[in-house]
Write a protein that binds this ligand. Sequence first.
Ligand code: UDP
Ligand code: MG
Length: 139
Amino acid sequence: MADNITLTMIKPDAVRDGHTGAILDMITKAGFKVKALKLKQLSAEDARKFYAVHKDRPFYDSLVSYMTSGPIVAAILVKENAVEAFRNFIGATNPQEAKEGTIRKLFGLSLESNAVHGSDSDENAIIEGSFHFTPAEQY
Ligand code: UDP
Ligand code: MG
């Protein structure tokens, strides 16, 4: 089967707390290949657009504030069945419900500040990858 991509962001709390290196190390040791990578400060407009699917949810404004509270690390990752493999690897949205050894269990602070993003479908992975990276930034 051909490799697929997924888009991750190491979220502001995890970057601020110095976990970027440890998280990238876990990601690459788990067999995900890095196709694109950058440290980036999201504007409120960026965060609103990225999470537009959640715009009617009660947590939307708080999520936008959180995601703009400091720089994030965005990456496009490549692996067979990347979307599902990465979501299994990072664990449940709520770190308290995430399995032992997952990134959200290890580094997540709360339901909102849950350390990392992972795309939810192949289609959205492509949209989210293009949101963060031009074609020339993808290797
Ligand atoms: N989130 C939140 N409260 C909720 C659900 C989600 O603050 O009740 C935040 C959390 O940071 C999550 C993001 O919104 O990662 C996007 O939510 P989604 O349901 O898409 O979860 P994910 O796909 O990130 O697991
Ligand atoms: Mg989601």
